[in-house]
Design a protein around this ligand. Sequence first.
Ligand SMILES: Nc1ncnc2c1ncn2[C@@H]1O[C@H](COP(=O)(O)OP(=O)(O)O)[C@@H](O)[C@H]1O
Ligand SMILES: O=C(OP(=O)(O)O)[C@H](O)COP(=O)(O)O
Length: 403
Amino acid sequence: MKTIDALLAEGVNGKRVFVRADLNVPLADGTITDDGRIRAVLPTVKALAEAGAKVVVASHLGRPKGAPDPAFSLRPAAERLGELLGATVAFAQDTVGTAAHDTVGGLEPGQVAVIENLRFNAGETSKDDAERAEFAEQLAALADVYVGDGFGAVHRKHASVYDLPAKLPHYAGHLIATEVGVLKKLTDDVKRPYAVVLGGAKVSDKLGVIDHLLEKADRILIGGGMAYTFLKALGHEVGISLLQEDQIPAVKEYMKRAEAKGVEFVLPVDVLVSPDFPDLKTKAPANPTTVAADAIPADQEGLDIGPETRKLYASKLADAATVFWNGPMGVFEHPDYAEGTKAVAQALLDTSAFTVVGGGDSAAAVRTLGFDENAFGHISTGGGASLEYLEGKTLPGLAALEN
Ligand SMILES: Nc1ncnc2c1ncn2[C@@H]1O[C@H](COP(=O)(O)OP(=O)(O)O)[C@@H](O)[C@H]1O
Ligand SMILES: O=C(OP(=O)(O)O)[C@H](O)COP(=O)(O)O
């Protein structure tokens, strides 16, 4: 993989450099609640701008449906990028249209522009190779060189991640180089006991990784929205909690295999439940009830792990030598459901283990709940991406940079 250092050595003065970043930051009412992913791409953007490149930053934000949707505009991220750079950052109101061409055409060497959300275009995420290639061709018209630095999206076979690099000279940015360097340690020579904590809401995306983890990890702790598919597989009522019904047979098989292999599988013993999802805007008191994990009322939703589970998970992490954690333990954005995530973050800090936290929301949780991000071994900007990397899968966005 050629890195940005090689590109800088070749020289970029006056060249239009397309930086595929992951600026998929959490937003509340249009305000960025955690800018970690924007800060993570600064070294690449700064280095290119200082070397005289015309820097075109592109990213997805959220999951809009292939058409413009103001709720998912990248404008706030562009503004924050400008604040962090201490420079004006131009913003194009479309991705490959007249606005993008005018904005990029107006850049002077050393200046930076952000183009609008890549996923406002159906071609970005299309499963049809020709449709993706056509959109990649439109993106290629905006640049002379490609730098891949959106680590959080390298597991997506999307036009800007996978098809575009094939059309331009391509290099890996500083963030991708750093992320891959750290995660390699967890695949090559992992120190044991190796504990993995999985939670979050992207359950269907992430359940499959357990298949691989059963071969690698000594202990697997399940929380967040992922826990309820396991509790259901054990025959418990899970009420209106997040549930991946079609995965129940697979989950049963994972638990059987874990037992046979001596991998410890740890599930919540108690959870916080409520009939209503909390109001994340007003943060009005949610007054949850604590119930045993096998006694969730039919009309209620599990929204955090309970106090006994917090203690149990801390004890299971205490003697680990390596911990990988992806996915909050509850709806941490509301203070009534943040304790489980806080307890796991604290448990990671209390061990002498090498700790890696992966995922946009997990990293945001650690920072917004007041933990010092530097106290962890590594905070990865990618959740799904780091899990798939650990699985040993070929990641489209890394393969494209290697070719
Ligand atoms: N029990 C739960 N029910 C619903 N959502 C949950 C639950 N636990 C955690 N979440 C949500 O999961 C989201 C993060 O999930 P995910 O995107 O998979 O993590 P990451 O971005 O770290 O990879 C958070 O917004 C959090 O509110
Ligand atoms: O937030 C992301 O992934 P993550 O939640 O697994 O960390 C990435 O920006 C990828 O987004 P996607 O899962 O909508 O493709």
